[in-house]
Design a protein around this ligand. Sequence first.
Ligand code: ARG
Length: 274
Amino acid sequence: MPNRVLVCPPTYFEVRDVKNPYMKGSTINSDKALQQWEFMCRALRDAGLTVETIAPVPDLEDMVFAANQVFVGYQDKIGKFIVPSEMRYLSRQREVPFYVDWFAARGYRIIALDLAGECLEGHGDLIWHPDRSRIWAGYGFRSTRGGIEKFSAAMKELEIPVHPLQLVDNRCYHLDTCLCPLNHQAVLIYPGAFSKEALTALRQGWPRVHELTRDEVLQFMGNGIVANGRFLTPHLTPHLGSILERECLTPVVVDTSEFEKSGGSLFCMKVFLE
Ligand code: ARG
C-alpha cells in the first residue's frame, strides 16, 4: 500500500443538510472536531505515513472527507492518475475542482469521464484490492450503477478489472462503510450491506472474509485505515480485536465522534497518494 495520504483540515466542517441517515439532527462541536482530526493526523504519522494537506475552502462543509472527490490510481503504462468524481449532492460537487487542481499540480494524469447524469463518488465507493489487481465498486445509494459502468469501461482500457457490488442498506451508503481490506487476502465486511450477488463475488474474491456485526459497522469499525501493521479504528470490540489479531494487525483507537455525526470516519477522511 502507498505510504502517503492527503487530508483536509475540518476548518469549515459542519452538518447543514441530511445527505445520509447519520446526519439527521446533528450539530458539530468544531473545537472537538479539530482536536480529533489532529489526533488522527498524529496517529497516521506514528504509523509511518507521510501526511499532506489540501487547503480547506469556506462554505464547503464536507471537504474534510478527502476520500470522495477523486479516485486515485497508478498504472504502469500511464503512471499516476485520477478519475474526478461526479458527486450526488451539489454542495459536494463543488469540492471536486479543488481536489482535481491539487492533483493536476502534482503531475497526476486526469481521466475525465463523461458521466452524463450518473454519479461516482471516488474512494467512498471505489476500493482497490490491496495487490492492485482490481477495484471493488459499490453502487446503489451514492454512486450509480451507470457511473460504475462508465468507470469500468475506462479502467478496462488500462486493463484493470472492476467488480460492481450492489449496496442495499442505507446506513452503509458508501462501500467504505461496510468493506475494509486488511491485506491481499483478508477483508472486513458487513454482509447485510450487500446484495446476494455482491456477497457471492466477495466470497470468491477474498480467501478470508471477516464479518462485522451491524452494531460494529454502525460505529464505523468497517471504516478503518490499515497502515504498516496497524489498524486505525474509531472503536474496538473484543470481536474486532480477535479478527485483527488473526490478521497480525495492532488496533489503534482514534476517536472520530464528531465526524461520525456526518456519516464518516477515518477511511473517509483521507485519500492514499501514489
Ligand atoms: N457527510 C458526508 C456525505 O454524506 C460524509 C462522507 C463520508 N465519506 C465516505 N467516504 N464514506 O457525503
